[in-house]
Design a protein around this ligand. Structure first.
Ligand code: G6P
Length: 485
């Protein structure tokens, strides 16, 4: 690893995110098993050929002893990852508490929790401490000329900490969630500190124009700062605010479909569901994904369209996430209850209308499923972008199925022309969309698919990363020019 660094001579990019692209498990012989999560940001950054990328993020496991920390640090270095160690209590208050119980619902318009926990300072104090630990890790590895790209709501205090340490450091921050209306942001007790801190960055990126607009107006209403067409200005310092819609590595999906293993999966799936149209849902089991609403809409569809009842199946993959947070545990119980009810109501001795899994699928099985699906049903109540919708489209070259997509997902801005857009809160609307889509003429289906397929294969994750990093580099050059004039 280190050898290559010295030799490559490329500009270094430090990517800081709560989660690293590798997950570590301790083996019985005390060695570490590292698994790379190939999806998401990793493949993106591999596409940045001009940069030498390094990752800084939470180790993801509890390693209380120094020796263990050292051995994991060493193992991860080979994967270009630098782990930040957080003890159990810190994880509980920073990650489960402040990030997942407070910021995540707020950014998705679910508001602050109704119980009193959010008024206690402790979650926020620990959030600060955790952000400081990330900042320390960055400053320890930072070399002049590096650029630093901070990600997401876990690290809103990081831009300020980094600039305090070195005002010349090039710092960007990208938010992967929506940024809500300023009226929502206003309710957060720490609203000003968080906004001021991210404004310390040189450039701030969002998925959609609306999120950027909400952010600028929050800076205006809450901090009294002037919004300009380029960003937000504070006493002569301009922080650029811009829109960078993320994408996927579409070719990876397209390539995977040609593998023999996937073909095998496809043969089995075709046999299994020969008589039925497949409606597919793939979501992390999160309240923002609108899974209960989706199941209720499907129930309504079955009620209103009895002729379809044994000719269609809803496959819902619900990937477990944040399982230590009580709200997520409750959601799981609730979803189980309504899935059970619908299957009890509409099932027969030979089949049930919903096949529901509480787990993730391996990548090849997932690609096979995407490709055999007739309708993808994405009903997020709010969603920064929603890449499941992109992944489905990428796998549909032969089937040319239809995407039913929530208008509250960022993806509705980019795939809106090809998808059938729905309001996920309106059960009747979603149920009618299912009925409409099942009967859609093939010409319309193909036309809609074509629009989406073009978008997904042209606006890739690589393009997204390249644009952000380029802007970040250019922005700082300008800022330095201004101070020397
Ligand atoms: C969202 C967030 C990411 C986060 C992911 C999975 O996409 O924007 O930052 O990593 O959810 O959630 P988790 O809490 O498991 O990291």
């Amino acid at each position: 690893g280190q050898e290559e660094d010295k030799q490559s001579g490329k500009q270094r990019l430090l990517v800081v995110a709560n989660r690293l692209p590798v997950s570590a498990t301790k083996m019985q012989n005390n060695e570490w098993k590292l698994e790379i999560s190939v999806g998401g940001l990793v493949s993106v950054l591999l596409g940045l050929k001009d940069f030498e990328a390094k990752w800084i993020g939470w180790a993801g496991v509890d390693v209380p002893d120094k020796a263990g920390q050292e051995s994991l640090t060493k193992a991860m270095a080979e994967k270009k990852c630098i782990p930040v160690f957080l003890d159990k209590e810190t994880v509980n208050q920073y990650y489960n508490g402040y990030c997942n119980k407070i910021l995540w619902p707020l950014l998705h318009y679910l508001g602050l929790p109704q119980d009193e926990t959010y008024t206690s300072e402790s979650h926020y104090d620990v959030y600060k401490r955790a952000n400081l630990l990330f900042a320390e890790a960055v400053t320890k590895h930072y070399k002049e000329g590096d650029i630093v790209w901070c990600h997401d709501y876990h690290l809103m205090l990081l831009p300020q900490y980094l600039k305090q340490y070195n005002s010349k450091m090039k710092v960007g921050w990208f938010l992967h969630t929506p940024f809500p209306s300023s009226e929502i942001q206003r309710t957060l007790p720490t609203r000003s500190e968080l906004l001021k801190s991210v404004l310390a960055a040189d450039i701030i990126g969002f998925h959609t124009y609306d999120y950027a607009r909400h952010f600028v107006s929050a800076c205006n209403r809450i901090l009294g700062l002037e919004g300009t067409p380029e960003g937000v200005e504070d006493r002569g310092k301009l922080t650029k605010v811009a829109t960078f819609p993320i994408g996927i590595d579409a070719n990876r999906f397209i390539r995977t479909l040609t593998l023999p293993k996937v073909q095998e999966y496809l043969t089995n799936l075709r046999e299994r569901f020969a008589e039925r149209k497949i409606i597919l849902g793939v979501d992390r089991l999160d309240m923002i994904k609108g899974i209960p609403q989706k199941i209720l809409a499907f129930e309504k569809f079955l009620e209103d369209n009895p002729d379809w009842s044994d000719k269609v199946v809803l496959l819902q993959i619900a990937v477990p996430t944040r399982t230590d947070v009580p709200e997520y545990q409750n959601l799981r119980r609730h979803v189980h209850e309504i899935v059970g009810r619908v299957n009890g109501r509409f099932g027969t001795l030979s089949s049930v209308p919903i096949i529901y899994l509480d787990r993730s699928l391996d990548f090849q099985a997932l690609c096979a499923l995407y490709s055999i699906t007739d309708i993808a049903l994405v009903t997020s109540l709010r969603d920064g972008m929603n890449l499941v919708s992109y992944e489905f489209v990428a796998c549909q070259a032969s089937k040319q199925g239809v995407l039913i997509l929530s208008e509250f997902a960022g993806a509705a801005q980019s795939l809106g022309a090809g998808a059938i857009l729905v309001n996920p809160w309106n059960i009747t609307d979603v149920s009618s969309a299912i009925a409409y889509t099942l009967n859609m003429p093939s010409e319309e289906r193909k036309m809609r698919h074509k629009l989406n397929f073009e978008h997904v294969t042209i606006h890739t994750a690589q393009e997204w990363a390249t644009m952000f990093v380029r802007e970040l580099n250019e922005t700082v050059v300008e800022a330095q020019l201004r101070t020397t004039q």
